[in-house]
Design a protein around this ligand. Structure first.
Ligand code: GDP
Ligand code: MG
Length: 197
């Protein structure tokens, strides 16, 4: 978090993290289009539509006194580009971990989670995190594998954690997840502030 006292701007860094193809870009695209800022989101895609480096965009909210500037990134799941990830995660204020909820993806989810964990060590327990079980249109209820995932990541150790179901394709749950994360970071904040530029 960066405080710009002169201009009264608080800069906050949020990262959508998770395995390749879990729905990070779809989630961020929905978020930006919801705030009518679709054109502000930059995605660097390959010819097959995967995010090669990251998505990046800025959302500005004008408060009564201070303004909030959210820098929003997604971190790629591709192993080949693993070296771009630590820079993206540097100084992060909150994470949305996007899980592919389908049972057969548990290993992908766990591998991505362990990667994340290895970059933060025990510091991860201090970072506000929302876990989004995405593609929940493709499952009936949270399955055994999803529950296994939650057990393996040791939920009880986190200071701020929330479990959320999303269907990024339809925008379902995306705003809730975002609001939850913001509330963890700023417990006093009500996000009915108006958007600027
Ligand atoms: N059925 C379904 N498909 C989704 C959902 N979210 C994303 N997808 C699809 O999953 C694929 C990967 O999504 P993308 O956002 O590019 O994943 P990323 O690699 O994590 O950025 C795309 O074909 C999306 O349309 C969802 O909630 N349900
Ligand atoms: Mg992507």
């Amino acid at each position: 978090m960066i405080f710009d006292y002169e201009n009264k701007i608080l800069q906050v860094k949020l990262v959508y993290y998770g395995p390749a193809m879990s729905g990070k870009t779809t989630s961020i695209k929905y978020l930006f289009s919801y705030f009518n800022k679709g054109e502000k989101l930059k995605s660097i895609d390959s010819s097959v539509g995967r995010t090669l480096f990251f998505d990046f965009g800025v959302l500005n909210f004008k408060g009564a006194d201070w303004s909030l500037k959210f820098l929003i990134y997604s971190a790629t799941g591709q192993d080949f580009y693993a070296s771009t990830r630590p820079a993206t995660l540097n100084g992060v204020d909150g994470l949305i971990f996007v899980v592919d909820s389908r049972a057969t993806y548990i290993q992908h989810n766990l591998r991505s989670w362990n990667e994340l964990r290895s970059m933060f060590g025990d510091q991860i327990y201090e970072i506000p995190i929302v876990i989004s079980f995405n593609k929940s249109d493709l499952i009936e209820i949270l399955n055994i594998e999803n529950n296994q995932f939650l057990q393996l990541i040791d939920l009880g150790r986190f200071r701020y954690i929330s479990i959320n179901k999303t269907i990024a394709l339809r925008g379902q749950g995306i705003l809730d997840a975002f609001n939850k994360l913001i509330t963890f970071i700023f417990p006093q904040l009500t996000l009915n502030m108006s958007l600027t530029n």
